[in-house]
Design a protein around this ligand. Structure first.
Ligand SMILES: [Mg+2]
Length: 236
């Protein structure tokens, strides 16, 4: 059902991880297995997690996002916390915690396929994700959502400069282009700073590295906040 308030012929840029499909929960499960494997004598699980967060920040800086970086972080964190050398068996065990992440059947967020079908009939719809190019494209294939998109952009980082470059490359009209996603840090704040409009769809298990305050309060004009993906059909 459309209402007169609904917008037409917009350019919708959709985030992927934790917006279209579950992603972070698989990393969280790997981290839980890792922390119980570490079973540290003096550090609490929370302290082990803080060490891991630091390693993650460093490996992402050096190697970008993705499962390979995540594995490096786990191994380096283990090396730091374990008192003896890391044996090949230990290494394999740690790596095995991450196997489920790339093997996992894609778990779409409720209503995504139907809502995308509707959105693409009225708007230009793009996937704008960050991470490792092959991993992100592989997930899109496995999700069976690829045919809904007019184009796909996999960015190394989603910051204001990256959004500006994207807008310039495609010649998108700022007044009709929306970035839609679950991350204040990657989807909302930098896209608003680049002059886009934004829709924030919070996810209860957003990655700790994506947590940030929204740079402005949702005003229903430049920034809209909705509770779930299917509500996009009430705006667009
Ligand atoms: Mg996301």
């Amino acid at each position: 059902m459309t209402s007169p308030q609904q917008l037409l012929h917009q350019t919708l840029l959709l985030d992927a991880d934790d917006t279209l499909w579950e992603n972070n929960i698989f990393f969280e499960r790997a981290i839980a297995s890792f922390i119980s494997y570490v079973n540290h004598r003096t550090y609490t699980p929370q302290e082990v997690r803080l060490h891991l967060n630091r390693h993650e920040m460093a490996t992402i800086q050096a190697h970008g996002y993705g499962v390979a970086s995540f594995r490096k972080s786990l191994v380096r964190c283990f090396e730091e916390l374990s008192e003896g050398p890391v044996t090949p068996q230990m290494h394999d065990e740690i790596v095995s915690f991450t196997a489920a992440i790339s093997a996992e059947e894609m778990e779409l967020i409720s209503g995504v396929a139907e809502t995308l079908e509707y959105l693409k009939s009225r708007h230009s719809v793009w996937l704008v994700t960050k991470g490792n190019e092959n991993e992100q494209r592989g997930k899109l294939e496995r999700s069976r959502l690829a045919h809904h998109f007019d184009g796909v952009e996999v960015l190394a980082e989603k910051n204001t400069a990256a959004y500006r470059a994207l807008i310039e490359r495609h010649g998108w009209d700022l007044s009709k282009t929306w970035m839609i996603g679950n991350s204040p840090k990657s989807d909302v704040n930098p896209s608003l700073a680049a002059g886009l409009r934004a829709v924030f769809i919070p996810h209860p298990h957003t990655w700790i590295m994506e947590e940030a305050e929204l740079s402005m309060q949702p005003d229903g004009e430049r920034l809209v906040e909705i509770a779930n993906f299917t509500e996009l059909a009430t705006i667009f």
